[in-house]
Design a protein around this ligand. Structure first.
Ligand code: ADP
Ligand code: MG
Length: 315
């Protein structure tokens, strides 16, 4: 459905997007994961035709954005990072206005009704956009993207700044979109992508550093677990005692963490919980535990594991 080939975008000396290629199948929900400044928004802006690239091509449903901009744009619904809302309009007026602007060829009233219902705005048509909460404004942005039933929906950080309840609602909406549309969404939050996507592309410094299916993502995340422990006492004694715990596979001293205390990283088998055994081991050596926390689930961790995996696969 979407073919992105060798995209590069430079801003002066900065290469925001550096030779990115990937394709997205019909019906796939693809997550774009990466830290701030990774190049996510720039890539999305190029795919949607908002900005041009220095090199490379984008084809959506067989039509190329540079050759047929109008026709290609009609195939894409886009929710940018900052949705283009006219806050002095009512929800209904705004959606009708966008309907006209996009030259949608569907029965107007019926279609605006349908889209409003889909995003949960059916009772908010008469409200001024400026009086809506951030979560409801985001729904208006969503509705705008859905007008005309485009086969491709692109969402840039759709849950940023929303509260937990609103995030759950928006995630549900994204999942339901995946049934009829091909979706690309970006986020710098791993759990966001894990919750909504079939596949994830990790980008950093304008480059793709990993491309994985969701089940791979979950298996990577549930592989060896890590625990971070800060404890006082002799590190050789502590290391030896921790290594006696059956599920512990590796103990690594990360460094000094205050007077007489060190931080350790413990790698242990999945599906085990070693916290009590760690407590007992530290009690035996009379080493006070200053802190103990789970070390998995971070974006950095995932980067490391997926990139290690990719390297391992090449050898
Ligand atoms: P992300 O969306 O992943 O946070 P962006 O695509 O917004 O990242 O930005 C990628 C890089 O390109 C950043 O270093 C950013 O500062 C730079 N950049 C983005 N837009 C512009 C612009 N209009 N002018 C100059 N630099 C830009
Ligand atoms: Mg961005």
């Amino acid at each position: 459905m979407i073919e992105v080939s060798h995209l590069t975008k430079r801003y002066g000396k900065i290469t925001a997007v550096d030779d990115i290629s990937f394709s997205v199948d019909t019906g796939e929900v693809l997550g774009f994961l990466g830290p701030n400044g990774a190049g996510k928004s720039t890539t999305m802006n190029i795919i949607t035709g908002y900005i041009s690239s220095n090199e490379g091509t984008v084809t959506v449903d067989g039509s190329e954005i540079l050759k047929n901009p109008k026709q290609t744009k009609q195939k894409i619904g886009y929710l940018p990072e900052i949705p283009p809302l006219y806050i002095d309009m009512t929800v209904r007026k705004y959606l009708e206005f966008m309907f006209d602007l996009k030259q949608v060829k569907l029965p107007k009233k019926q279609h605006v009704d349908e889209v409003s219902r889909l995003v949960g705005l059916e009772n908010h048509g008469k409200r001024l956009i400026k009086n809506l909460s951030k979560g409801y404004r985001q729904r208006v942005g969503f509705a705008q993207a859905l007008l005309g039933n485009p086969p491709v929906i692109i969402l840039d950080e759709p849950t940023v700044g929303l509260d937990p309840k609103q995030i759950i609602d928006i995630r549900k909406l994204i999942k339901s979109l995946g049934k009829k549309h091909t979706v690309i969404l970006s986020s710098h939050v791993l759990s966001e992508i894990a919750a909504t996507c079939d596949r994830v592309i990790i980008i950093d410094g304008g480059k793709i550093i990993a491309d994985a299916k969701a089940d791979e993502l979950h298996s990577v995340l549930s592989e060896n677990r890590r625990l971070l422990l800060t404890a006082e006492g002799s590190s050789s004694e502590i290391g030896a005692e921790l290594n006696r715990i059956p599920a512990v596979q590796r103990v690594k001293k990360l460094g000094v963490a205050g007077k007489g205390a060190n931080q350790y990283e413990l790698e242990y088998l999945p599906d085990s919980d070693i916290r009590r055994e760690v407590f007992n081991a530290m009690a035996r050596t009379k080493s006070p535990i200053l802190e103990m926390k789970s070390g998995d689930g971070s974006l950095e961790e995932l980067y490391l594991r997926l990139t290690e995996k990719a390297k391992g696969g090449e050898n």
